[in-house]
Design a protein. Structure first.
Length: 337
């Protein structure tokens, strides 16, 4: 008895394509559908999941609400979700809020209803009370990935803990003047992670007697280009910190570029640390506190499918893990070498 994976390997197709072809999804060409069905018959494939769907009324589709696909974090979570759902025989119904505005409104709940989904995974999105009430009418399993969302169980890292680890790394190296590149991501419209990370930075600094000048608390908007501008302005002044803690790797990459343009050497003159484990962090030799974003999406997908298929729904989840990865952008400050 063959599996979807075996049919995919036989034909040189992805498991997602085979799954869609077996269910006659319109986006799959008739030639591919015929090829897949012939192989399924020849290899004695038994569509147990699809057959179960006929009796349970399931659609074998999960709605994924994402602020945008233009950013690394969001697209990485979606990648983890899609890969896992395909392996489990489920389709992704993607709702990109960056392209869904209608006169200032985001009619995602009505769209999800029209597209017949069994559950919803929400990525780093804040809902208005009216939007959340609309979502609640779906009466299906829902999980958030990323920053906590009011009313939803969340899979994500502990923002306070990961920022404390990043800040303490520079403190442990001997830095006693630190700056923060933070702000909030206007695309996701969530300020929770930004606020938690800023507060954790301030708490860690104060506990260690570290100097934090208010003018060293910068808003980089979680974007490399914005971070580059504000860091360039800071290091053009006469007083600046020896260490920069960036609330995301994207902002850290922007900071590195600005420091280079200013003629400063990293880490000889300034140490820089980021957070998240961006795909380009290693290429920039960036010290960072890394989290496995794709695995968080995969974890959410596995859990949501289990709940669709009758497993009990936990009230909350343990925070996702993270790891301090020390590379070449951090070192003791000049005065303690």
């Amino acid at each position: 008895m063959a599996t979807i994976a075996q049919i995919a390997a036989e034909l040189g197709l992805s498991k997602s394509t085979v799954s869609r072809a077996l269910r006659g999804i319109p986006s799959i060409s008739q030639e591919t559908v015929a090829l897949v069905r012939e192989a399924a018959s020849r290899l004695d494939y038994v569509p147990s999941v699809a057959a179960a769907g006929l009796s349970t009324g399931r659609n074998h589709a999960v709605g994924v609400v994402v602020p945008s696909l233009d950013r690394w974090f969001y697209s990485s979570v979606v990648s983890g979700i899609d890969r896992t759902l395909a392996a489990l025989g489920y389709d992704v119904v993607l709702f990109d809020l960056d392209h869904s505005h209608d006169g200032g409104k985001r009619p995602f709940a009505r769209s999800l209803l029209r597209r017949r989904v069994d559950a919803v995974i929400v990525i780093a999105t804040v809902f208005t009370p009216d939007e959340f009430a609309e979502l609640a009418l779906l009466d299906i399993p829902m999980i958030a990935v990323g920053p906590p969302a009011v009313g939803l169980r969340t899979i994500g890292v502990d923002d306070g803990a990961i920022m404390a680890a990043a800040t303490n790394h520079l403190i442990d190296l001997g830095h006693r003047s630190l700056g923060l590149v933070g702000g909030y991501d206007s695309q996701s419209l969530t300020v929770y992670s930004a606020s938690e990370r800023e507060h954790a930075f301030t708490r860690s600094a104060l506990r260690s007697g570290v100097v934090v000048d208010p003018t060293w608390m910068l808003s980089g908007a979680y974007q490399s280009g914005v971070a580059q501008q504000v860091v360039a302005q800071l290091y053009a002044s006469s007083s600046w910190p020896t260490g920069l803690v960036c609330a995301s790797d994207e902002m850290a990459i922007g900071a590195l570029y600005a420091l280079s343009r200013a003629g400063l050497q990293v880490p000889h003159d300034v140490s820089v640390i980021g957070i998240d484990g961006h795909i380009y962090a290693e290429a920039y030799d960036l010290t960072t506190c890394t989290q496995d974003v794709q695995e968080q999406g995969s974890r959410a997908a596995r859990q949501i499918v289990a709940e669709i298929e009758g497993a009990p729904a936990p009230e909350n989840f343990e925070p996702a893990g993270f790891e301090l990865v020390v590379r070449g952008t951090t070192a003791p400050p000049p005065q303690v070498r």
